[in-house]
Design a protein around this ligand. Structure first.
Ligand SMILES: *Cc1c(COP(=O)(O)O)cnc(C)c1O
Length: 426
């Protein structure tokens, strides 16, 4: 078979784009070369419906071992009793948890999408808002912090079967204990979706959701720096860890429910090549090197927030505890949409994002979301954040001046030369 140069040329162009640009999308990262190489392996050819040791297909002895390794390493990272590494994505992980413990029509309570929540937490265009009855809590208008009083009031009023915490654009710590307290009062499950900050939670740099949340889901490709995918975790093994009236479960029952909800509930055959890559990424997370990486993420985010604040950028909640920040650009007279487009011309990649109580639509938005996991993987430290913020500021202050934007693009490309990305790929 002739090599498909058309597609491989495009893959190489994407590599060059990643090398030359400043990647500030908060949900992106650069997986290690061994993780990337493992995603292109022959396990892709294998059907393995089921779980290690109990499959519906023959020939699974070897993929059983990689999947078990991924499970064991993930459980070790988060000190959990149960892990499922098969969800193809974060959205799939959330779908499985909901399928496992909710009935169609049950009420759920999550953070509003326009306040930093995620589509899978009850949005009307998503399965979660179509199959279940979605309700939302917000962040406070002044501080931009989760409005726990509103959450509690709504929880008592609506009595949802599940309260969802975790977000895509929230830069602050969560009070999981407070959420669990009201959940216990009304007999609701708590699901934490730690898709964004999981890598920081893995290294105890943020509060752990595991003691307080019945289920924890995550992506594997954001701060966990693995291949694209999802996981589900459960912490406890005791007689009735969930304290629920209608699900008299011990961990075994809940594990079975969860396994069944992933396969056959929401997925068919697992992606065993991706699971092999997950196992490698989880091994990397267990190293001290990753601890240093996670600490550097926080240091970089702090330095970046300070540099933005010094230039009078309005950071929602006034700063960050994690790897990202949400910036309201209304005092800078530029929309999120325009900012995203013009920064893109300077090879600086961010995403437009609604800010809490935004008066612009989701297509235009008043804000941008900026994150440091990817540039931290490239090797940047606090000292580099001033250059990053200066570059963004010059572009946003001169969005219609093509010479300025082209000049910044040149500076960015030269700056990125020092941070080698996949040098082995030539
Ligand atoms: C990114 C994200 C997801 C979805 O992950 P996909 O892998 O894109 O499906 C789910 N929840 C939250 C909070 C996220 O930020």
């Amino acid at each position: 078979m002739q090599r498909d140069t058309l597609v491989f040329d495009l893959i190489n162009k994407e590599l060059e784009r990643q090398r030359h640009g400043l990647e500030l999308i908060a949900s992106e990262n650069f997986a290690s070369l061994q993780v990337i190489q493992a995603t292109g392996n022959v396990m892709m050819n294998k059907y393995a419906e089921g779980y290690p040791g109990r499959r519906y297909y023959g020939g699974c002895e070897i993929v059983d071992q990689t999947e078990q390794l991924a499970i064991d390493r993930l459980k070790q990272i988060f000190n959990c009793e149960y892990a499922n590494v098969q969800p193809h994505s974060g959205a799939q992980a959330n779908a499985a948890v909901m399928l496992a413990v909710l009935q169609p029509g049950d009420a759920i309570l999550g953070l509003d999408l326009s306040m930093g929540g995620h589509l899978t937490h009850g949005s009307g265009v998503n399965f979660s808002g179509k199959l279940y009855k979605p309700h939302f809590y917000a962040v406070t208008k002044n501080e931009g912090l989760v409005d726990y009083e509103m959450l509690e009031t709504k929880a008592r009023e609506i009595k949802p079967k599940m309260i969802i915490c975790g977000a895509s654009a929230y830069s602050r710590e969560w009070d999981y204990a407070r959420i669990r307290k009201v959940a216990d009062e009304i007999g609701a499950f708590v699901m934490c979706d730690m898709a964004h900050p999981a890598g920081l939670i893995a290294k105890n740099l943020l509060a752990s959701p595991f003691e307080h949340c019945h289920f924890v889901t995550s992506t594997t490709h954001k701060t966990l720096r693995g291949p694209r995918g999802g996981v589900i975790l459960i912490k406890k093994d005791s007689e009735n860890p969930f304290g629920l009236k209608d699900v008299k479960g011990n961990l075994r029952m809940m594990s079975n429910l969860m396994d069944m909800a992933v396969f056959p509930g929401t997925q068919g055959g697992p992606l065993e090549h991706e699971i092999a890559a997950k196992a490698i990424a989880f091994g990397e997370i267990l190293t001290d090197e990753f601890t240093g990486y996670a600490r550097q993420i926080i240091a970089n985010a702090q330095a970046m927030a300070k540099a933005f604040a010094e230039k009078d950028y309005q950071i929602i909640s006034g700063g960050t505890d994690n790897h990202l920040m949400l910036i309201d650009l209304r005092n800078k007279n530029i929309s999120g949409k325009k900012a995203e487009a013009v920064l893109g011309k300077a090879d600086i990649t961010i995403n437009k994002n609604m800010v809490p109580y935004d008066d612009k639509s989701a297509f235009v938005t008043s804000g941008i979301r900026v994150g440091v996991p990817a540039i931290t993987t490239r090797g940047m430290n606090e000292g580099h954040m001033q250059f990053v913020v200066n570059s963004i500021d010059k572009v946003l202050m001169n969005p219609d001046d093509e010479n300025v934007v082209a000049g910044i693009k040149k500076e960015v490309n030269e700056f990125m030369e020092q941070f080698k990305l996949y040098p082995e790929l030539g």
